[in-house]
Design a protein around this ligand. Structure first.
Ligand SMILES: NC(=O)c1ccc[n+]([C@@H]2O[C@H](COP(=O)([O-])OP(=O)(O)OC[C@H]3O[C@@H](n4cnc5c(N)ncnc54)[C@H](O)[C@@H]3O)[C@@H](O)[C@H]2O)c1
Length: 255
């Protein structure tokens, strides 16, 4: 266990992390914060912009996380480049639709599940295989207030984030005996590009939507990265199967 008295903000130093969805928003902030604190990082994203993050100790990987074999390749790259895998952050996520259930196609539904839930399952499965021999590891899933709350027109998204919360809890029970902790962060509104396909100005929309939270604003991606870096570290040694909210109070207000 970490010596709490002597722990520093650099407790992820020397660890090897895989972060999905690292080209933009929350994932980019997580990859850069873990790297700044001394972790080696594989930064995976479907968007080739992720290559701009390349630097010593940070290796970009352009890949669709939902494709067969992507999780195996990503974990293998971490082991090949840095010798092991200690941290997995299942961050990549999409809301590409804005439809009522009655208008939603099977393809709409399945693409959201594939990226937000199935790819997290596959990356977790492969990560756990790599972590088990080390008898340690930390998996952090980026869930949402939509893991609990619902809004019309995003049923596929809320279902995928509910699935991610339950994957977190179930996998946590399965692997804690191997020294691997699985947790999630339930994120509130964060100023990112995730809605750019849905509205004209995605970041502005999220900034305004966040004003409804008790804190009165949306988060910046770096505020979420701080929570993830803590949970990923040995300092969070007693956290197992938690879905920790970082949502400006969104889920505790009655309105
Ligand atoms: N921004 C918010 O308000 C908010 C709220 C709750 C939860 N979240 C969650 O936070 C996570 C990060 O989202 P963000 O807001 O930073 O969005 P973002 O769009 O800025 O970043 C998401 C990244 O994931 C990548 N990605 C998407 N599909 C992929 C695929 N198939 N393979 C590989 N990479 C892929 C994108 O290219 C992008 O770089 C998501 O899981 C999202 O659901 C965000």
């Amino acid at each position: 266990m970490t010596d709490i008295k002597h722990s520093t903000p650099n407790e992820v130093a020397g660890k090897v992390a895989l972060v999905t969805g690292a080209a933009s928003g929350i994932g980019k902030a997580i990859a850069l914060l873990l790297h700044a604190r001394g972790a080696k990082v594989i930064a995976e994203d479907i968007n080739p912009d992720v290559e701009a993050l390349a630097r010593p100790g940070l290796v970009p990987l352009v890949a669709d996380i939902a494709k067969d074999g992507a999780a195996e390749r990503a974990v293998a790259l971490a082991v090949e480049q840095f010798g092991r895998l200690d941290i997995l952050v299942n961050n990549a996520g999409i809301i590409i639709i804005n439809k009522l259930v009655i208008d939603m196609t099977r393809e709409d539904w399945e693409r959201i599940q594939a990226v937000n839930a199935t790819a997290a399952f596959l990356h977790s499965r492969e990560a756990v295989k790599a972590m088990m021999p080390n008898k340690s590891g930390s998996i952090v899933n980026i869930a949402s207030y939509a893991s609990y709350f619902a809004f019309p027109t995003i049923a596929a998204y809320t279902a995928s984030k509910g699935a991610l919360a339950q994957l977190t809890r179930t996998l946590a029970l399965e692997v804690i005996g191997h020294g691997i902790r699985v947790n999630a962060v339930g994120v509130g509104d964060v100023v990112t590009n995730i809605l750019n396909h849905v509205v004209d100005d995605g970041p502005a929309f999220l900034a305004q939507h966040g004003e409804a939270a008790p804190i009165g604003r949306a988060a910046q991606p770096e505020e979420i990265a701080e929570v993830v870096a803590f949970i990923a570290s040995d300092r969070a040694s007693f956290m197992v199967g938690s879905v920790v909210m970082a949502d400006g109070g969104m889920t505790v207000t009655a309105g």
